[in-house]
Design a protein around this ligand. Structure first.
Ligand SMILES: NC(=O)c1ccc[n+]([C@@H]2O[C@H](COP(=O)([O-])OP(=O)(O)OC[C@H]3O[C@@H](n4cnc5c(N)ncnc54)[C@H](O)[C@@H]3O)[C@@H](O)[C@H]2O)c1
Length: 348
């Protein structure tokens, strides 16, 4: 069995160059970068030279090269066409989040990849954060008790930039909610299970572009827990601490900065063995928490390694496209709620 998956990358000049190629494809034990493509030929050549890959001059040329899989890191509006082209060429695909711009696009991608017998994964890589996996194990081990409430926050400062795809819903599918809120919702669903219904506000609080710069989502999970996601393009980077809070009947797990691209961030658990008796004074014992400090995991390395190993092992990857399709279903319900002012059930 071939021990390394030969990778091509389309959209080499963005997150691929910043993170996924240097930290993921170049470092993964079971991956090797072979060819890259970007519509910006100059940048593509720089990336190819830097990482010793072939610079393809078209997607067609990339797909004709000696590769097994493609990492699609183009703007969201390009995902559908890129994934279809890869599937038709018989290449496995790891597509960046969001998986296209709509439920319909995600469904089309899954259908064609299934028909062509290639695997399709999605870049919801924040699931791989070591603290998130440690928290998940605590929740699965019933240490949090019955899940009660989760909050996930991811924001940044994203001023108007002429022609930028994320600021135009026709090119990006949406703004802060589609781009960053998708990670937050996905994480809360990893911890608490699927959301049954949502209520959502979106707004352009600061920036006048077409995509929303502000979103707050309330989630009602199938297991009865509640949740909130807040995500903004109009809060200074240093002000947004990317808070994650998970509460249950036996305690809480509180984190700062674990939601994001890097391994920084801290997480503390406050857990009780049994439900405490009623305390009318609502006293809080000091220092009762413990830090959750697992060995850091590079999420870009983890997503590439997982997808490569799944191809080699002929199994479904944990970052399978079904997560991306479900994410689109929740996002669709959120945007519908924001438009109608109603609580919307998530289509299952
Ligand atoms: N998981 C993460 O940590 C993370 C972080 C950032 C972006 N993303 C996702 O990655 C994707 C790209 O985002 P980005 O921030 O890198 O965007 P970007 O605009 O910074 O980079 C996109 C690159 O794609 C190129 N490009 C545009 N159209 C193309 C086409 N048709 N064919 C080939 N190349 C094309 C551009 O020239 C540019 O180099 C999006 O889906 C985004 O949501 C994920």
């Amino acid at each position: 069995m071939e021990k390394k998956i030969k990778w091509g990358v389309t959209g080499s000049g963005g997150i691929a160059r910043r993170r996924t190629i240097p930290e993921g494809i170049s470092k993964a034990e079971h991956a090797k970068l072979v060819a890259v493509y970007d519509t910006n030929a100059e940048i593509n050549k720089e990336v190819a030279d830097e990482f010793h890959a072939m610079a393809a001059t078209s997607l067609h040329e990339l797909l004709k090269s000696d590769i097994d899989a493609v990492y699609v890191a183009t703007p969201a509006g390009m995902h559908l066409n890129d994934v279809i082209s890869c599937a038709k060429a018989g290449k496995h695909v790891l597509c960046e989040k969001p998986l296209g711009m709509t439920v319909r696009e995600a469904e089309k991608m899954i259908k064609i990849c299934g028909a062509r017998g290639v695997r399709l994964g999605v870049g919801l890589m924040m699931r791989f954060v070591a603290q998130h996996q440690a928290a998940l194990r605590l929740i699965q081990g019933n240490r949090l008790g019955k899940p009660v409430y989760g909050r996930a926050q991811l924001s940044c400062w994203y001023p108007p930039i002429q022609g930028t795809w994320r600021q135009d819903p026709e090119k990006g599918g949406g703004g802060s909610l589609m781009d960053m809120g998708s990670h937050c919702i996905d994480l809360l669903e990893m911890f608490f299970g699927k959301a049954r219904s949502v209520f959502c506000f979106i707004n352009n609080t600061v920036h006048p572009y077409k995509s929303e710069d502000s979103a707050v989502v309330s989630l009602f999970f199938e297991n009865g827990a509640l949740g909130t996601v807040d995500t903004y393009f109009c809060i200074p980077d240093n002000s947004s601490k990317n808070i994650l809070e998970l509460y249950g009947s036996k305690g809480s797990i509180l984190a700062k900065g674990t939601i994001g691209q890097g391994p920084e961030g801290e997480m503390t658990a406050y857990l009780e063995e049994d439900n405490a008796g009623y305390n009318a004074l609502q006293q809080r014992a000091k220092g009762s928490g413990f830090s959750i400090t697992p060995k850091p995991v590079n999420t870009y390395l983890a997503e590439i390694e997982e997808f490569s190993c799944a191809i080699l092992g002929k199994r479904s990857p944990s970052n399978d496209a079904s997560l991306g399709l479900h994410s689109q279903k929740v996002l669709e319900a959120c945007y519908k709620s924001a438009k109608t002012g109603k609580v919307i059930d998530v289509k299952q």
